[in-house]
Design a protein around this ligand. Structure first.
Ligand SMILES: Cc1cc2nc3c(=O)[nH]c(=O)nc-3n(C[C@H](O)[C@H](O)[C@H](O)COP(=O)(O)OP(=O)(O)OC[C@H]3O[C@@H](n4cnc5c(N)ncnc54)[C@H](O)[C@@H]3O)c2cc1C
Length: 377
């Protein structure tokens, strides 16, 4: 029976990033996933995710900046384009607010951000109705992360660095070796995978792997929509990535992207959907949700009001009570690291979380400020 230094449960962006980092340091790694990879139901898998520095406090701004450097390294090493820079435009109404706090935190972290009037925003981006908001904050480093391509690139990189990728094996249990030490994991097919340490990066399914986290994590159903804008004449502003930014209108919950997949833009609502059990999520799309997107467009981006719906996806947020991540040791096993609770905003940090996980496993310490992500915070 082959034994590993580290078994990683889950090959979404977090598990795959941790596998890349640990195998870079020479660890013998097995990355195990319950699905064929990449798992289309995983939180990480979609055409796109938002990258932004815009967070209302400096810890996240600095982590996002650190992750940006690592994403660029991965692009270079895998010879792939994983990001498209568009800028991210935060549409605000009140002050102080999420938007003004983001502006302050970006500037305090010595990066650029612009605060502009709604008229100026509509002058630069005539697609927006300036009556719908009062001002905007532009985060110029905002970018589309090409999520599925990024996860594929990370898995390939981990494999190239020597990690073993095991698909279609659902981890059902962490095996105790006694004295607060785990000796590996067992899968639903009854196979034991022995290891020196375990990382649990099982995303929305984490409560099934570690039932003790059920009082801490909740899983919600989220919907994502792609709409194809009508063709515009050359004199009118279109929705391509070079002329339309990522937008976030947090007052409404809606955020969206310029055209980036099959001629369509993407829109989703960041508000938490209904609580669900991870293995029984309803796949159908509610017409009322589509109507809400159109209502948003009608007021904020009128030219999209009649855009054609081309694709809809359902996936899950894996939430903590305060939306801060959960990165800490398992309360019962000193060699099992929990990397979870990314609360609908973790993707952009993937490679940085992989680095933190690797540091913790190799040295039990991290060079990043992770107290905020502890279990007992
Ligand atoms: C609709 C939506 C939009 C989002 N938008 C953004 C965004 O714009 N920007 C951003 O930064 N973040 C965004 N997020 C959040 C981000 O996608 C997640 O935080 C991140 O992808 C979580 O990655 P993960 O690796 O923890 O989980 P996942 O990607 O879900 O990966 C977990 C993996 O574990 C596997 N697994 C689970 N249980 C087991 C088991 N028992 N045995 C073996 N394998 C198992 C699963 O098959 C899966 O492949 C969004 C999330 C959603 C759902």
């Amino acid at each position: 029976m082959e034994s590993y230094d580290v078994i990683i449960v889950g090959a979404g962006v977090m598990g795959a990033s941790a596998a890349c980092e640990l195998s870079r340091h020479g660890a013998k790694v097995a990355l195990i996933d319950q699905a064929a990879l990449p798992n289309p139901s995983g939180a990480s898998i979609d055409h796109s995710k938002v990258f932004r520095l815009a967070y209302p406090d400096t810890i996240y701004v600095q982590m996002a900046a650190g992750a940006l450097g690592l994403w660029r390294d991965i692009e270079e090493e895998t010879d792939s384009r994983l990001m498209t820079r568009t800028g991210a435009l935060l549409l605000g109404t009140l002050r102080p607010s999420f938007e003004t706090m983001c502006y302050d935190a970006i500037r305090q972290s010595s990066f650029e951000a612009e605060m502009i009037s709604s008229d100026e925003a509509a002058r630069r981006y005539p697609q927006f109705n300036p009556d719908a908001f009062s001002y905007a904050v532009l985060d110029p480093l905002g970018a589309i992360l090409h999520a599925e391509s990024a996860v594929r690139a990370l898995i390939d990189l981990a494999r190239r660095r020597g990690a073993r990728i095991i698909e279609g094996e659902r981890v059902s249990r962490i095996e105790s070796g006694g004295n607060g030490i785990a000796r590996g994991v067992t899968t639903a097919t009854g196979r034991l995978f022995p290891s020196g340490s375990v990382i649990v990066a099982s995303g929305p399914w984490t409560r099934a792997v570690i039932p003790g986290l059920s009082s801490i994590l909740t899983t919600t159903r989220q919907e994502v929509f792609y709409f194809e804008p009508a063709k515009v004449s050359a004199s009118k502003a279109g929705f391509d990535a070079d002329s339309f930014p990522i937008f976030i209108a947090l007052d409404t919950g809606f955020y969206g992207f310029p055209i980036h997949h099959g001629g369509s833009i993407k829109i989703a609502n960041h508000r938490k959907g209904v609580a669900v059990e991870p293995y029984s999520v309803e796949a159908g799309i509610d017409e009322a949700s589509v109507a809400m997107c159109r209502d948003f467009f009608r007021y904020y981006i009128p030219a999209l009001a009649d855009a054609r719906l081309t694709e809809a996806r359902v996936c899950m947020y894996n939430n903590t009570a305060d939306d801060d991540f959960l990165i800490d040791w398992h309360p019962d096993f000193e060699n099992v690291l929990l990397v979870t609770g990314f609360s609908g905003h973790g993707f952009k940090f993937g490679p940085l979380i992989g680095r933190i996980a690797s540091e913790l496993l190799l040295t039990r310490e991290s060079s990043y400020p992770i107290d905020r992500f502890r279990l007992g915070r």
